[in-house]
Design a binder for this molecule. Structure first.
Ligand code: ACM
Ligand code: ZN
Length: 757
């Protein structure tokens, strides 16, 4: 009996908490009986101007998401049922924290500072339940505050330009999920987007390009449509006000000393090479032309920064500093003279000198700089904060030197990367950052001491827009991944749980549907894993999906007689050369979810045993050797998790396949990837040997590489016609040839399927 009572109480508690749909999950939610019911006389009552304004912001959200118009008032006279908004700087929570008390009569939201009241209101809004005409909120008490003080989202408005209306919408999304920083990437090679009164050509010339790359970089195709746009100072002031009302700080980024083709096109005298025609870049990538660190360049940049600082009240100004090619400085007499004069080591020292000189200027105006992690090279500027994008390393080095750092590693925070299988997603730059990966991110690098960890301010995700032309596509890349990031940054570790997040997310999808937001449905994609089967010439298929999203409908097709077999997925199943085509789709509440198509290619090696003499790089190890004989050919995106590529950095592939029995062998084909931009080169040559006993091998064929497709199938005819064991050696090119990205470095060798006929 006692046991039962205990269980009932636990279940009561659980069901109330389960009804909590708030993202990011709050610190503490204590349910109480009853409901607060909205009626037409319900007021927001702000006891001071700031709280009143927060009520005003939420009014917009309530109309947008719940069609719920509410009145606001600053005085309680004549106001009946109300939601009281209060500021209390002594509230025992971290900055941005709040406390909510919901009773059937009234609601009180007490916020600390930095948006506490707004955050309380946002949480409250997510608790609204609507049944028929009744709009209500379950009673209870919430205490909440964020784990990290820097919760950022970035948007690149240079590669593609987004208008005022969308920038406001973007800020709304950030506010809705308690993000507090908008990193606005305003200048780059492909367009200068901020009006600078003293230098009008920056926008007259620098904001426009005569064409844009179409398709992927590797295709090198362009249109010749003039493209551009910029924000006037008046518009920027409006955006800053809009963001401030939503407790969002905008950090503007003015890129230097690289990524400045647009500025050079407007003012060529700022570059090292004077007798040249600079153009606003039409394509993506890293360019050799950079600012020349001479006095007139510094005067120019200081004047630009003066106007920028007048527009943006942010304590931080982002000065870029990433991906600075050194070749122009190497060949510039002024730059070489400066290196000597200042006693700098080399061009890396010059980069450091450049950033430090700018930092002094920005500091003299009472602001601090942020730079990408390259600004660590050649000595860190005195007070600079690092944005660690090339992994965690930059942040670790910064924190060890007692510098603040913001985590934005490509592995978890690049929202321009794919979030699902590339063949089911719109074209993206590459990479793979799915929702659960974002959710699993820990902004504190494991190697930091607790004291060093205090220098990690938080994290930010970046949306670079080379492949993102329209607002709808920004929404797609942003959502739902930003919701996962918001929980990474706000929610305490103890309250984080991916399955629970997913159940709350489904409710938020409904909210986003109400505003016609183009969020990604990539989580509804079904992933799969191919594993060896116990029977010879067969493979096991495991389908992967979160059970909360629904059951999986499967169809296999028999290629011999055309018959189809439909079933609901329960357990891994076995397929053979007769049933190589499999399609899988969720049968849940969401319609039109993507279909995963698996097309296996069976050959004599498929599903057999394989051993590798050289392990591939950890980063590109897929399912080890089995990846090469699992019947699945790779896509051309090597970073995708479901990728079928094995990557060898500077080393060779050496594999032995055991066919299980002596068989005829006429040819062996091996797939290699060719992607110069990513330093990936096909094998320089491939050799095969054949053996009947696994001891004595006879050379059976050798081929030199020649070809240049993205995926090369290198086929060798076998001179030895029977055997059981096949030894394959694919030789790494060794060195990247001159004139190519990464020239002189070790190239990658990427191998996918090996087939034996
Ligand atoms: C960067 O992605 N170049 C900071
Ligand atoms: Zn120079």
């Amino acid at each position: 009996m006692k046991k039962w009572l205990g269980l009932v109480f636990i279940l009561m508690g659980l069901s109330a908490i389960a009804q909590n749909k708030i993202i990011p999950a709050p610190l503490s939610v204590k349910p109480a009986p009853g409901y607060f019911t909205f009626d037409p006389t319900t007021y927001f009552l702000g006891n001071d101007q700031v709280a009143y304004k927060d009520g005003y912001v939420i009014k917009d959200f309530l109309i947008k998401y719940y069609n719920l118009p509410l009145k606001t008032a600053t005085k309680s006279i004549g106001v009946g049922k109300h939601i009281a908004l209060k500021y209390d700087s002594t509230l025992a929570v971290a900055d941005g924290g709040y406390h909510i008390l919901i009773s059937p009569e009234n609601i009180t939201i007490t916020g600390k500072n930095n948006g506490g009241v707004l955050y309380g209101l946002l949480s409250l809004m997510q608790l609204i339940e609507k049944t028929g005409n009744t709009v209500q909120i379950p009673c209870g008490e919430i205490t909440d505050y964020p784990q990290f003080q820097y919760r950022g989202m970035h948007l690149d408005c240079s590669r593609h330009f987004f208008d005022m209306a969308f920038i406001k919408k973007y800020i709304d999304y950030l506010a809705m999920y308690k993000m507090n920083t908008f990193h606005w990437h305003l200048t780059d090679d492909q367009g200068w987007r901020i009006e600078i009164k003293q230098y009008p050509k920056l926008t007259e010339i620098g904001a426009w390009r005569d064409g844009t790359m179409v398709g992927h970089y590797r295709d090198q195709q362009y249109d010749n449509v003039r493209y551009g746009g910029f924000y006037t100072q008046k518009e920027i002031k409006e955006i800053v006000r809009y963001a401030t009302d939503r407790h969002i700080t905008i950090i503007p980024e003015i890129e230097m000393p690289g990524h400045c083709m647009a500025a050079l096109a407007a003012y060529p005298e700022l570059g090292c090479v004077k007798d040249t025609t600079y153009q606003v870049a039409k394509g993506w990538g890293v360019f050799e032309d950079v600012f020349c660190p001479n006095d007139s360049t510094f005067i120019f940049l200081e004047n630009v920064l003066d106007e920028v600082m007048a527009l943006f009240p942010s304590p931080y100004i982002h000065v870029g500093g990433d991906e600075v090619e050194k070749i122009r400085w190497k060949n510039c007499s002024h730059c070489q003279q400066l290196i000597k004069e200042k006693g700098l080591v080399n061009e890396h020292g010059l980069q450091s000198y450049f950033i430090q000189r700018i930092e002094k200027y920005v500091n003299s105006k009472g602001r601090s700089i942020i730079g990408w992690d390259e600004i660590l090279e050649g000595g860190l500027a005195q007070n600079a904060t690092i944005m660690s994008w090339r992994g965690e390393e930059g942040a670790i080095l910064a924190a060890q030197q007692k510098h603040y750092a913001i985590m934005t590693p490509g592995s978890h925070c690049y929202f321009d990367y794919y979030q699902g299988a590339p063949q089911l997603e719109p074209l993206a730059i590459g990479g793979f950052v799915p929702l659960d990966k974002v959710y699993g991110f820990n902004p504190i690098p494991a190697s930091l001491t607790p004291e060093q960890a205090t220098y990690i301010l938080g994290a930010q995700a970046n949306i670079w827009t080379e492949y993102i032309n329209f607002p709808e596509q920004v929404e797609y890349m942003l959502l739902p991944r930003m919701l996962a990031l918001s929980e990474v940054l706000w929610t305490s570790k103890e309250n984080k749980n991916y399955d629970d997040f997913l159940s709350r997310l489904l409710f938020h999808f409904q909210l986003l549907d109400k505003t016609n937001t183009n969020y990604a449905k990539s989580i509804y994609q079904i992933n799969y894993k191919v594993t060896p089967a116990s029977e010879l010439n067969k493979l096991n298929i495991t389908l992967l999906s979160n059970p909360q999203l629904g059951k999986i409908d499967v169809q296999t097709i028999n290629v011999l007689n055309g018959s189809k077999n439909n079933f609901t997925y329960e357990n891994p199943f076995t397929v053979s050369a007769e049933t190589p085509y499999i399609s899988a789709q969720l049968n849940g509440s969401i319609k039109n979810t993507p279909t995963t198509q698996i097309k296996l290619k069976f050959n004599k090696a498929t599903g057999k045993s394989i051993t590798l003499k050289n392990e591939p790089s950890k980063k590109y190890s897929a399912d080890g050797g089995f990846t090469l004989i699992n019947g699945v050919e790779a896509t051309v995106n090597p970073s995708w998790n479901g990728s079928e590529w094995l990557g060898f950095l500077g080393t060779d592939l050496q594999a032995i396949i055991d066919l299980g029995e002596i068989d005829s062998i006429h040819s062996v084909t091996i797939g290699c990837l060719y992607d110069k931009l990513s330093w990936i080169y096909p094998a320089e040559s491939v050799q095969i040997w054949v053996s009947t006993n696994g001891k004595n091998y006879e050379q059976a064929g050798k081929i030199k590489y020649n070809g240049d497709q993205k995926r090369n199938a290198i086929t060798i005819s076998s001179t030895v016609k029977t055997g059981r064991y096949i030894k394959i050696e694919a030789i790494n090119l060794g060195t990247i040839p001159s004139g190519n990205p990464g020239a002189g470095s070790k190239p990658w060798l990427f191998i996918d399927e090996i087939s034996v006929e």
